[in-house]
Design a protein around this ligand. Sequence first.
Ligand SMILES: [Fe+2]
Ligand SMILES: [Fe+2]
Length: 135
Amino acid sequence: MAFFEWSDQLSVKVGKMDEQHKVLVSLINELHEAMKAGMGKEASGKTLKRLIDYTKTHFTTEETLLRQHSYPGLDVQKTEHAKLTQQVLDFDRDYNAGKITLTMEVMAFLKQWLNDHIGNTDKKYGPYLNSKGIS
Ligand SMILES: [Fe+2]
Ligand SMILES: [Fe+2]
């Protein structure tokens, strides 16, 4: 069983966003595998970088879509996205500097954050976008 299992509970009922969320889930699983396998800092660092890059891509795509449709909860989205981005960038900086390592605690934080954000904040835009003909 994967570290982070996708479930329909996480579907926001917007195809493109579900697809991107699934990629994020699989990148978290990859990072977990790298951590578990004790892969060196370099290999894990590369996976971490892919996760960070894709997270940025996703946040930008999502915010653009929500802006295009004048979603009223855009500011909440932007605030939560910016906070996580900063936390992850801080982690990446300290990780590359050798100050901290990739632990199960970090993995649990990432999983929890994504699960909560998709399941609570993202899920709210589903019905709104669906009502605008986006699915
Ligand atoms: Fe979001
Ligand atoms: Fe999202």
